[in-house]
Design a protein around this ligand. Structure first.
Ligand code: HEM
Length: 348
């Protein structure tokens, strides 16, 4: 079994910066703390799970994802969000991808609309063309998210693999698992804790809101009838022009998560936006708040991630790996490698 032990290497931020210098693409794969390695190993995942069974697997996913992002630079965010939604509802088992069937008309995807389902089916078809029935859809989602980070964020890391695809997908579980953009800090911390993620994971992963799209209906509660006082007034005035009051039919208009700099670049800009009141959701802005148990810990992390882009990249990579280990199905669990991502192999 090909197994790379490099996650046990821990390096300083200075070394990271030196590693960054020669190339635009920062290779962070060697730089995750040993603790993170043990998280995915405990989950039964490993680096290069397909190195012998399908050596082209990861390259194939990367090439297709890169091509899609070249055609549509917003697609990177779609893949990252799909992975988040998959992992937060019954673990990273590709349950998010299952289409409704006669026996199960209410799958996860019938609830919150997400982008990228067709794109994932195309990636799967490309992988099937090189290795039939070897690479799970859960791992394809994980690789596509990682490759989106490479393409849109400019940093690279190893994503452990070996997940199996699950058999079930239940609409009602979506609202129990996915946090609301109206959540306050304590609610977010509680939600993440149920997934084994901590305050730092919450702050670090929220940096994904530096890119991608949202819809006005998630923003208008902070604009009407009065502007949320934690939102920057100039920012709010401009946002009101894009997002009219909901009764005027503005709910489905798309807006960029990051309205300050390049909306398709994954970066630590999110933390500058939080600190200056220029984020869209209550759940973003509340990271500046305090709770009785955490004090101003998350606000301090926002400041730190704003000041240290390289450190944030390393943390984000680590937190994505950690998120990718949530309740995964591996060899001894009931699961399968699907033939197509939108249906189980015995779908009816
Ligand atoms: C902390 C709690 C979170 C809340 C409340 C939240 C909420 C939301 C909402 C409401 C949207 C806009 C959806 C739409 O209008 O279609 C969104 C978009 C997005 N979220 Fe989150 N999110 C959270 C955490 C995360 C995490 C952990 C990630 C990934 C690591 C993530 C990645 C994204 C991305 C990339 C988009 C843009 C998607 C696109 O362009 O299609 N979010 N989020």
């Amino acid at each position: 079994v090909s197994f790379i032990r490099h996650t046990q290497t821990v390096v300083s931020e200075q070394e990271l910066e030196m590693a960054m210098a020669p190339s635009k693409v920062v290779v962070l794969m060697a730089f995750m703390a040993a603790a993170l390695s043990s998280v995915s190993m405990a989950a039964g995942l490993q680096h290069g799970f397909y190195y012998s069974s399908c050596p082209q697997a990861e390259d194939t996913v990367r090439n297709v994802v890169q091509g899609m992002i070249n055609n549509d630079p917003t697609m990177g965010a779609a893949f990252v969000r799909l992975f988040f939604h998959d992992c937060f509802v019954r673990g990273c088992d590709a349950s998010i991808l299952l289409d409704p069937t006669t026996s199960n008309p209410q799958t996860e995807k019938t609830t919150i609309p997400l982008r990228g389902y067709d794109a994932v089916n195309k990636i799967k078809a490309a992988v099937e063309a090189v290795c039939s029935r070897v690479v799970s859809c859960a791992d394809i989602l994980a690789f596509a998210a990682r490759d989106s980070i490479v393409a849109s964020g400019g940093f690279n890391f190893h994503m452990p693999s070996g997940r199996l695809d699950g058999f079930r997908s239940i609409a009602d579980e979506v609202f129990q698992g996915i946090p609301s953009p109206a959540f306050q800090l304590q609610e977010l911390l509680d939600n993440f804790a149920t997934k084994g993620l901590n305050a730092e994971d919450l702050v670090v992963l929220s940096g994904a809101h530096s890119f991608g799209l949202t819809h006005c209906n998630f923003v208008t509660p902070r604009l009407y009838p009065t502007v949320d006082p934690t939102m920057n007034a100039t920012f709010a005035a401009a946002l009101k022009k894009v997002c009219p009051p909901p009764r005027n039919g503005g709910g489905f208009i798309s807006v960029s998560n990051n309205r300050v700099t390049d909306p398709n670049k994954l970066s630590n800009q999110f933390y500058h936006n939080v600190a200056s009141g220029q984020v869209l959701f209550t759940s973003d802005q509340t990271l500046m708040d305090q709770t009785p148990t955490t004090g101003n810990k998350t606000a301090a992390m926002v400041t730190d991630n704003a000041a240290n882009p390289i450190a944030w990249m390393a943390r984000f990579a680590g937190a994505m790996v950690k998120m990718g280990g949530i309740e995964v199905l591996t060899r001894t669990d009931p699961g399968e490698v699907r033939k197509v991502c939108f249906a189980t192999n015995n779908a009816s």
